[in-house]
Ligand binder design. Structure first.
Ligand code: BDP
Length: 668
C-alpha cells in the first residue's frame, strides 16, 4: 500500500481551533473555501457551522460584514486593531479574542483565508494580532516539464519525485495532489504559482495554445485557494506555436501574436497571473537574436498582458555560458548588471525584473546581487531557491531561512540603510521544492524551507529561528516540546553546517558538473560556464576588484563597493568571491585560508555526526516512516560531508603544501 501523504504542518489536529460553533460570512469567492475548511474541521472534531453570528464562538468575517457586527466585542476589537494598523491593504487580517469568543476579520476574502490559517497556526497565544503582507506578490516557480527530460526528469532540479502538475506529456487528469498542495501554500500566504519550467521545451509551448483548457483546470484548483496561475513561455512562441517567421519583438505581427495569445489565455483563465520568461540564457531564445535588447523583449509581452491585469516576470539571469575560460576579463557575476542596469527606465510598468538573490547561481554563500539596487526605475522581484540545487538537494538538512533572511534584510541601497525587502516592489519568488513524494519535499525536514519561504515572503523581517520553531511545533508538536526542541536544534545552524563542509569562503561551485551534487573541486574550472575559483599552487579566489580584477565590486553602491574592494574590510565569508589570495592569507578570524578549510571541514563532518545522533534520539517519537526517511537522508549527508571534507582538504594540501597546524591526518 502506498504511504499516505504527509500532512506537513497542517495535520488534522491543527484544525481543532475551527471545531466549535463557527460563523462564516463575507464577500468574495474565498469565503466558500473558508466555510469548507470550517465545515471539514467541525465534522472531524465536533462543532458546527452557526448561521447566527451572536450564537457563534468563532466568527470568520470579511471587513464589510464585520462592520455590521461591531456590537460583538471580539469583532469590535478586531476592527479597532485594523483601524490602528493604518491604511487598508488587500489580504490584511486581524484576529481578536474576547472572553471565549474569537473573531477573524479579513480586509477581503484573501485576508480572511490568511487569517483563518493564522488562527490554526498561532493556537491563540496573543489576544489581538494584525498582519499585512510586506509584498503583494509571493510566488513559487515550478521548474516542471510536461514531458520527462532524459536528464532532468519531470522536474528540473527537482528532488522530491515527479511533477505534481504533469505526467506523460499531459496535465494530470487527477489534480487531487495539486489541491492539497494549494491548501498548504494558502496556509503560508503564497498567492502565485508558475507551473512550468523556465526552460520551455516544445511540449510546454503548447500550454499557451492547444493545452489551454488543461491549464484552466489547474487554475481552477489553485483559484480556490487564492492562488493565481502563471506560465513560463518561450520567447520564440510566435515561431514555434504561431508559425511566424520571426519572434522579433519590434515586428508588428509578433506584437499582434502576443496580444492574441494573451487574449486566448484570459478567455480560458480570467485571473491568469502572467508570463515568466528566461530569454537569451543557457540556450533559451531571446531578443538578442534580432539585435533587440531585453526592454524591447519584455515590453512586447507586457503590452499584451497589461489590459488584462497580467505581468511579465522577466528573468535577469542572462549570461554567456559559452565564455572562454582563458579570458579572465569576462565575469559571470557582472553579467546581469551589465545587461540590465543600462535599461533602467525603459521597461513597461507591468514588467517585473526577476533577479536571483546572488550574482551567480544559488550558491551556499554569495553576496547580494547588485542588480537589486541598480534599476531603481524598474519593478524588481528577488528570486530565491527552495529546491536546494546547490545546498544538498534535499538529501542534506539545510534550513535556508537564515540565508534568505540575510538577503532580504541586507542594507543594499542608500548607504546601507535600505534593505533588499524594500527594494523589491515586485515581491519575492522562490523556485519550488515539492513533487509527488509522500513527504512533498523528499527530505521531510525540507518542508521547513517551504514554510519559511511563505513566512519570509509575507514578513521579510520575521526571525528565521522563530519561523523554524513555528514550523516544527506545527509539524511535530505542539505537545512534544522535546521533539520540537531537538528538531530546531538540528536545523537552526544547518545552513552554516552545509557551508562549513562545502565550497569555502564564498568561492562557490566545486560541485560535480551537470547534476551539481557532491564535490568536484575542479569540475567546472576549465569549462565555459564562468564559475571559477582560479586555484593554483600560490592561492585561490576570484579577483573581482576594480583595481586589479574584473571590476565587479564597482557594480555595488557605497559602502559595499569599498568594503568588498578592500581586503581589509571584505567579510571573511565572501573573501574568495571577491579576492584572489595566497593560501596563507590570514582571515579576520585569525586563521589562514588553508587552516580555515581544514578546521571548518572537519568540524562540519563532526556536526553532521551529531545530527545523526540527535535524530536517533527521536526514534519512536515521530512517525515511523518519517523517522526512517530522515535517518536514511542523514546517513547520506554523513557520507557526502566526509567526501567533501576529504576532497577539499586534500586539494588544499596538495596545492598549498601547507599542513594542518594541529597535525591531524587529513591529507592522504
Ligand atoms: C540553474 C540551474 C538550471 C536552471 C537555471 C535557471 O542549474 O537548471 O535552468 O539555474 O535559473 O541554477 O534558469
Amino acid at each position: 500500500m502506498p504511504s499516505p501523504i504527509h500532512a506537513a504542518w497542517l495535520p488534522e489536529d491543527a484544525t481543532t481551533a475551527l471545531a466549535t460553533a463557527v460563523h462564516v460570512s463575507g464577500t468574495g469567492p474565498l469565503v466558500a473555501t473558508v466555510s469548507d475548511e470550517a465545515r471539514a474541521a467541525t465534522r472531524l472534531h465536533g462543532g458546527h457551522l452557526e448561521p447566527d453570528p451572536t450564537a457563534a464562538r468563532l466568527l470568520l468575517l470579511t471587513l464589510d460584514l464585520a462592520r455590521a457586527l461591531a456590537g460583538e466585542p471580539a469583532v469590535a476589537r478586531a476592527l479597532e486593531a485594523l483601524d490602528d494598523d493604518g491604511p487598508s491593504c488587500p489580504e490584511r487580517y486581524a484576529i481578536a479574542r474576547d472572553g471565549d469568543r474569537t473573531a477573524v476579520v479579513g480586509e477581503d476574502d484573501h485576508g480572511l483565508l490568511h487569517g483563518t490559517f493564522a488562527l490554526l497556526r498561532h493556537r491563540g497565544e496573543e489576544d489581538v494580532v494584525v498582519r499585512r503582507p510586506a509584498h503583494r506578490s509571493r510566488m513559487l516557480d515550478h521548474w516542471d516539464n510536461m514531458v520527462s527530460h532524459p536528464v532532468m526528469g519531470t522536474v528540473e532540479r527537482g528532488y522530491a519525485g515527479d511533477s505534481l502538475f504533469f505526467a506523460d506529456g499531459d496535465v494530470r487528469a487527477d489534480l487531487g495532489r495539486v489541491a492539497g498542495y494549494a491548501r498548504l501554500l494558502a496556509s503560508i500566504g503564497v498567492n502565485r504559482v508558475a507551473v512550468n519550467n523556465v526552460n520551455v521545451h516544445r511540449a510546454e509551448t503548447e500550454l499557451l495554445g492547444p493545452r489551454l483548457a488543461d491549464v484552466a483546470r489547474i487554475a481552477d484548483v489553485l483559484r480556490r485557494w487564492g492562488i493565481r496561475l502563471h506560465l513560463s513561455v518561450s520567447f520564440a512562441s510566435p515561431i514555434v506555436l504561431g508559425g511566424l517567421s520571426t519572434a522579433d519583438p519590434l515586428a508588428e505581427e509578433v506584437a499582434r501574436w502576443w496580444t492574441e495569445a494573451a487574449g486566448r489565455v484570459y478567455a480560458a483563465v480570467p485571473d491568469f497571473g502572467g508570463f515568466v520568461v528566461k530569454a537569451d540564457s543557457e540556450g533559451q531564445p531571446g531578443p538578442f537574436a534580432y539585435g533587440r535588447d531585453h526592454a524591447d523583449g519584455a515590453n512586447v509581452l507586457a503590452r499584451a498582458l497589461a489590459p488584462h491585469g497580467g505581468v511579465v516576470h522577466w528573468r535577469a539571469f542572462v549570461y554567456d555560458h559559452r565564455q572562454d575560460w582563458r579570458d579572465r576579463s569576462t565575469d559571470r557575476a557582472r553579467a546581469a548588471s551589465d545587461h540590465f542596469a543600462p535599461l533602467d527606465g525603459r521597461f513597461e510598468p507591468d514588467v517585473v525584473l526577476q533577479v536571483k538573490h546572488g550574482p551567480i547561481d544559488f550558491q551556499v554563500r554569495e553576496p547580494v546581487s547588485p542588480v537589486l539596487a541598480a534599476v531603481p526605475a524598474t519593478t524588481v522581484a528577488v528570486e530565491l531557491q527552495l529546491t536546494q540545487e546547490y545546498t544538498g538537494q534535499q538529501r542534506h538538512v539545510c534550513y535556508l531561512g537564515p540565508a534568505w533572511s540575510e538577503v532580504l534584510t541586507f542594507g543594499l541601497a542608500e548607504r546601507g540603510t535600505r534593505p533588499v525587502h524594500e527594494l523589491v516592489a515586485g515581491g519575492v519568488v522562490g523556485v519550488a521544492n515539492v513533487g509527488t513524494d509522500e513527504f512533498w519535499t523528499g527530505h521531510p525536514l525540507a518542508q521547513a524551507n517551504l514554510f519559511a519561504f511563505g513566512a519570509l515572503a509575507w514578513d521579510p523581517t520575521a526571525d528565521p529561528d522563530a519561523v523554524l520553531r513555528e514550523w516544527a511545533a506545527a509539524t511535530f508538536g505542539p505537545d512534544d516540546e522535546d521533539v520540537v526542541d531537538t528538531v530546531c536544534a538540528m536545523m537552526t545552524d544547518s545552513w552554516a553546517t552545509y557551508e562549513s563542509y562545502t565550497a569555502p569562503l564564498g568561492v562557490g561551485f566545486m560541485v560535480r558538473p551537470g547534476h551539481h551534487y557532491g564535490p568536484d573541486v575542479d569540475g567546472y574550472e576549465y569549462t565555459p560556464w564562468g564559475t571559477y575559483h582560479f586555484a593554483d599552487r600560490d592561492g585561490i579566489g576570484v579577483d573581482r576588484t576594480r583595481a586589479t580584477g574584473t571590476g565587479f565590486t564597482g557594480q555595488y553602491p557605497s559602502p559595499w563597493r569599498e568594503r568588498y574592494e578592500d581586503l581589509a574590510s571584505c567579510p571573511d565569508e565572501l573573501l574568495l568571491f571577491f579576492h584572489h589570495v595566497p593560501w596563507t592569507h590570514r582571515l579576520h578570524s585569525g586563521r589562514t585560508v588553508v587552516q580555515h578549510v581544514y578546521d571548518t571541514h572537519l568540524a562540519g563532518v563532526e556536526r553532521v555526526e551529531e545530527l545523526v545522533r540527535q535524530w536517533a534520539g527521536l526514534e519512536g517519537r515521530v512517525e515511523a516512516d518519517l523517522f526512517a526517511r530522515v535517518q536514511e537522508r542523514l546517513a547520506e549527508q554523513r557520507r557526502s560531508a566526509q567526501e567533501w571534507c576529504d576532497q577539499l582538504c586534500t586539494y588544499v594540501w596538495r596545492h598549498s603544501g601547507v599542513p594542518d597546524e594541529h597535525g591531524r591526518p587529513i591529507h592522504p
